[in-house]
Design a protein around this ligand. Structure first.
Ligand code: GNR
Ligand code: NI
Length: 185
């Protein structure tokens, strides 16, 4: 079991459309173990395989509150088969866009069909944070990031900060959703 590096924007791999899982075997279990180790250590409430550079349709998740018992969940080849018309708004973050948070509106409830680690088909109807997280992670396996759901101006600001930081090899300076004054940026 290994903690793996998490890809950060503007890494192009984060824009790949991940491929379906075909084999429910030992290498898949090893990858799932690495994803849980990486997700819990970060810490994060969800992780898509592409975030550790593996372009397969695999998600790990645990939305249990801190101090409550762990609720590890694995979703393989997940598909949203129903979404509510009702929406809800959460302040989202992403381990691939560290320390940037913004409100995103999405369907409040979703029904997801997926395979579990044993290759058995499952269905789950989710609401609240679980529904938001499932949608955030399914976006990842389709090469979509939560900043694709915010304003073009805010997205451009975030991309610029992280692109600059990546070139310098430093962490980006992100005063919450504000572009710093031009003379200090
Ligand atoms: O840890 C995470 N928290 C979070 C908060 C609100 C909405 C979505 C998320 S997912 C994120 C981890 C992550 O980047 N998963 O891809
Ligand atoms: Ni994310």
């Amino acid at each position: 079991m290994a903690i793996r590096d998490i890809l950060i924007i503007p890494d192009k791999k984060l824009r790949l459309v991940s491929e379906p899982i075909k084999s429910f075997d030992a290498p898949l279990r090893a990858l799932v173990d690495d994803m849980f180790a990486t997700m819990y250590e970060a810490p994060g409430i969800g992780l898509a395989a592409i975030q550790i550079g593996e372009p397969v349709r695999l998600i790990t998740m645990d939305v249990a509150k801190k101090d409550d018992p762990k609720e590890p969940r694995v979703f393989i080849n997940p598909e949203i088969v129903w979404s509510s018309d009702e929406t809800s708004t959460y302040e989202e973050g992403c381990l691939s866009i560290p320390e940037y948070y913004e409100e995103v509106e999405r369907p409040a409830s979703v029904k997801v069909r997926y395979f579990d680690i044993d290759g058995k088909e499952q269905e789950l109807t989710a609401d609240g944070l679980l529904a938001t997280c499932i949608q955030h992670e399914i976006d990842h396996i389709n090469g979509v990031l939560f900043i694709d759901h915010i304003s073009k101006l805010k997205r451009a600001m975030v991309m610029k900060k992280f692109t600059k930081a990546a070139k310098k090899g430093v962490a980006p300076s992100l005063a919450k959703d504000k572009e710093p004054s031009h003379h200090i940026g």
